[in-house]
Design a protein. Sequence first.
Length: 420
Amino acid sequence: MKILTIGVNYAPEISGIAPYTAAMAEGLQGLGHQVRVITGIPHYPQWSNYTNFSGLTRLETIKGVPVRRVRHMIGSGGMGLSRILQELTFGLGAVTSAWKQPDVVLCVSPALISTSLQVLRGKLPGQPPIVVWVQDLYSNGAREIGGNDFKGRLLGKLESAVLRHADGVLVIHDRFRRHVVDDLGVDPAKVCVSRNWSHIDNSVAGDPQAVRRTYFGDAELVALHTGNMGAKQYLENIVEAARLADERGSSVVFGLVGNGSRRDALAELGEGIEHLVMVPSLDDEEYAAILQCADVLLVNEKPGLRESAVPSKLTSYFVQGKPVVAATETDSATSEEVRAAGAGPVITPGDPAALLTTIEDTARAKDRAEEYGRSARTFAAEHLSADSAYQRVAGWLCGLVDKSVAHPGPRRGINTKETE
């Protein structure tokens, strides 16, 4: 197949959706397919043009994959006007780009508004099947993160329309499948479930003990949260747990690793807290090492967050063989995943005292902590293999392409002639 992937996030971004989009493109190409990518300016999670991208477009080749970057506005995180303008300007750049007659187009959502434009183009005569790869659910995010039910209903109507009119919908969790089918009205026959996978290569990790000394000195217990620092992570809870650790003389030191729209505010809130360490975004080698040096790995979510996302960090956590403490709603998609993996305790979100106590109890119960780690690693080996994800998605896409060839209708039909 000739596969065009369209998504605003791509390498060299090292967190969030970008590593999965890039790895999928590389994985599908490794299976013998011809893959091209249309993406945006590297900006996440800093929400800034940190590579000093200039011009309207740029052509690159990243690990053998041809990549076309299009210029767009850069938002400031959240789901406000700046985010809408970012998605709209990227979407216009992507939809007006030369698609070069692929057999199938794989659109990554977020960005939903951009994806809606690509789905509209797909309705024109002679266009290939359009597939939407759902990494986050917008309408649930508006309700659960933004607390705006009106915006959630509006986004729900847009999300439903986009996914119902796509030729296929790829989701990362069974909970997502239930939502898009039961709540958004998508034909279940069009939906494929394929979990994300661990994109961390522990074989290239630096020295964990050296990294631990660099950032945490001689701390007895290190509890680590990594990845985006945004609204849905509600990392104020961890800052307050670190403040409580100061007051109690706890042996736990908290590390917040990464970047995001809330990083500066968190640093200001945590100023002077001895049991809190702010660590910048790390390269692959040091990131793998810092995961390995932790005693406990943390997932923290805003109270009320249940359906909008499954944290991508879990795929990296589970392969480390470390216990995971998840501060999330007991009926959330995140808690379901942590329990399925047997990776560690799930506790009430937004309770710093419970977070600190659970970390202390988990780390000190050595046998139980090791069992959590073994269980998580086994789950990752059985369910989170990158190669199996590439094979599953490739087979499903092939089926969609074959179906479009067998039943081309007025606008379908495989393209055999490449044009510029």
